[in-house]
Ligand binder design. Sequence first.
Ligand code: IPM
Ligand code: MG
Length: 376
Amino acid sequence: MEYDIAVIPGDGIGPEVTGQALKVMEAAGRRFGFGLRCNVLPYGANHYLATGEILPASALAEIGSAKALLLGAVGDPRVPMGPLEQELLLAVRFHFDLYLNLRPARSLPRVRIPLKSLEPGQKIDLLVVRENTEDFYMGLGGRGTGDLRLPVKCRRGNYDLAGDINVKLTPGTEAAAALGVMTAPGVARITKKAFELAAKRGEKNIHVAGKANAVPSLYGFWDEKVALEAKKHPGMTFTPMNIDNLCYQLPRAPLDFGVILCPNLFGDIVSDLASALIGGLGLSPSANIGDGLCMFEPVHGSAPTIAGTGRANPLAAILSGALLLENLGETEAAQAVDAAVTGYLTHSPSLPYEIGGSSPAGQVGQTITGMVEAGE
Ligand code: IPM
Ligand code: MG
């Protein structure tokens, strides 16, 4: 059995960490009897600076013909913020309608966390379920002086939007605006997933981030549609929380939380907070799931200041690789990678820099590769 995997290592530490993830995944393949045929694609800041191209349509077609996409990171200080992220990372999320962004954050052995309130042995086990195609991420917006025109054009798996919003401003006033959109089917499908995932974890309640008190048109709608979907899940309940309160309560009592359902923008923020609570962004994997091709990437960014120094922690990318293998149906291989990461953190004499050790990324990946091969 051979799987076609598309890989976009991307920018900064992206190539270093995806390199290690692939090494570990290939070892899992050798042990469990499958191969990975990797199509490594050059897109990212270097390619953009050399060619002016971000992600051509042909690349989307190439990615679409693979079984999964592994992505490193996107973002480079030589390129203004925005276009690369929007036309590469977000373009992939939207093109394949990857509406479910799963961001687990779990306590890991020997990783120090910033909370003093937890007793030894108490474990954080969060699953941020982030809506991944709507809200303020849709790329709809504009700016102007005196006349604010917002062209609206986008396509999702279950609907299209097209048109224009025009706003007259007092002459001479300069302004900018972004359009956040939520649709009833968009909220319903992510809520359904959140309840299903909670049930699979043996939990009966989920927390739902919103902000209906300040932005009722958008987040009031979100709360209302979440409540509507909840009715279809008997035995399950939900606790709506304003995002500010959630950010306050989560570090105070992380054990009270399991599945946290978030609209896109709040999910981005809460997933970094969750990563901080378990000891670092370099430990947090993610899966972007839709009905077709899925993408796997660490939650962290390109970390340009440590790129090339060996200080990058490849564990988030390796754990993203485990999520990818799970998605391929290679459950045993995925569990073996997870187990090797846990075993490594428990026993290794040296750890990644991020968590107080001095092992360069390549050494971390090599050790875990050996453990996967040996079934440790
Ligand atoms: C993430 C990242 C992206 C996001 C950026 C790079 C656009 O922060 O995956 O969390 O905001 O979704
Ligand atoms: Mg983020």
